[in-house]
Design a protein around this ligand. Structure first.
Ligand SMILES: NC(=O)c1ccc[n+]([C@@H]2O[C@H](COP(=O)([O-])OP(=O)(O)OC[C@H]3O[C@@H](n4cnc5c(N)ncnc54)[C@H](OP(=O)(O)O)[C@@H]3O)[C@@H](O)[C@H]2O)c1
Length: 211
C-alpha cells in the first residue's frame, strides 16, 4: 500500500491487515507502522527495488500529490509525484508481477456532465486532473491487468490530513470540476469495490468509477 499514512491508505491498511499481509510504503515511516517501508516513489525505479523484492501480489497505489491548488501552481512537483512516481510504481509492479490498483480521480473529467461512467471521455481542466490522467495512461500501457479506480471526494477522518470538508472550510477552493462532486466514504470504497474488483479479479485491464 503506497501512501499508507495518507487519508485513504491509512484506513485501507487498517481494514485489510486482518485478512491480508499488508505492507505500507511511505516517504517517512511512522512509529505506529513498524512493518512499513520508507520509500520515495519519485526516486528512480531502482529505489523501488525493495518493493520488488517483497514480491507483492497486489500493489494499491494511493500515494499522490493531492493538493489540487498546489498542483496548479507547481506543475513540476505534481508531475514528479503523480506521473513519474506512478510510472515508477508501475515499473516495480511489472518487475514483481504484482497487480496494480491505481487510485485515480473524477478530476479526469471536466464536471460539465456529472454522473460519469467508465465510458465517458476524460477532459481534465486542472493540472491535478491532467497529471492523474497521464498517470492512468502510463499504468495502462505498462500493465495489461491493472485496475484504475476513479473515485470521487473521499470522506474519512485522519489526525493530520485534510478531508474535503476540512479543506473547503480552510479557504476558498480555486480549482475543482465545475459540476457538483459525489462524496465517497472510504469504507464502502474499499468494501464494495477494491476487494471485489481488485483482489479477486485476476486478469484484464479495467477502469472503474466508484462513488
Ligand atoms: N482525498 C480525496 O478526496 C480523493 C478524491 C479522489 C481521488 N483521490 C485519490 O486517492 C488517493 C489517496 O488520496 P488521499 O486523500 O488519501 O491522499 P493524501 O492523504 O494526500 O495521502 C497521500 C500519501 O502519499 C504520500 N506521498 C506523497 N508523495 C510521496 C512520495 N514522493 N513518495 C512516497 N509517498 C508519497 C503522502 O506522504 P506524505 O504525507 O509524507 O507527503 C501521503 O501518505 C490519491 O491518489 C488521490 O489522487 C483522493
Amino acid at each position: 500500500m503506497t501512501g499508507s499514512s495518507g487519508l485513504l491508505g491509512r484506513i485501507l491498511v487498517n481494514l485489510l491487515k486482518n485478512d491480508y499481509e499488508v505492507i505500507g510504503i511511505d516517504k517517512y515511516v511512522l512509529t505506529n507502522e513498524p512493518d512499513a517501508l520508507a520509500l520515495d516513489i519519485t526516486q528512480t525505479p531502482g529505489a523501488l527495488d525493495s518493493m520488488v523484492k517483497l514480491r507483492p501480489s497486489v500493489v494499491v497505489h494511493t500515494a499522490a500529490e493531492t493538493n489540487v491548488d498546489l498542483c496548479e501552481t507547481d506543475h513540476a512537483r505534481a508531475r514528479m509525484i503523480n506521473v513519474e512516481g506512478t510510472a515508477n510504481v508501475a515499473e516495480a509492479c511489472a518487475k514483481s508481477g504484482a497487480r496494480m490498483v491505481f487510485i485515480s480521480t473524477d478530476y479526469v473529467f471536466d464536471g460539465t456532465k456529472g454522473n460519469y461512467s467508465e465510458a465517458d471521455q476524460p477532459n481534465p481542466i486542472s493540472y491535478y486532473g491532467h497529471s492523474k490522467l497521464e498517470a492512468e495512461r502510463i499504468v495502462m500501457s505498462k500493465l495489461p491487468n491493472a485496475l484504475i479506480l476513479r473515485t470521487s471526494v473521499l470522506y474519512g477522518w485522519h489526525p493530520s490530513k485534510l478531508n474535503f470538508a476540512t479543506w473547503v472550510s480552510g479557504g476558498y477552493v480555486n480549482v475543482r470540476p465545475s459540476g457538483w462532486s459525489r462524496i465517497t466514504s472510504i469504507r464502502p470504497l474499499l468494501l464494495t469495490t477494491l476487494r471485489r474488483r481488485s483482489v479477486q479479479r485476476s486478469s484484464g485491464t479495467a477502469v472503474a468509477y466508484s462513488t
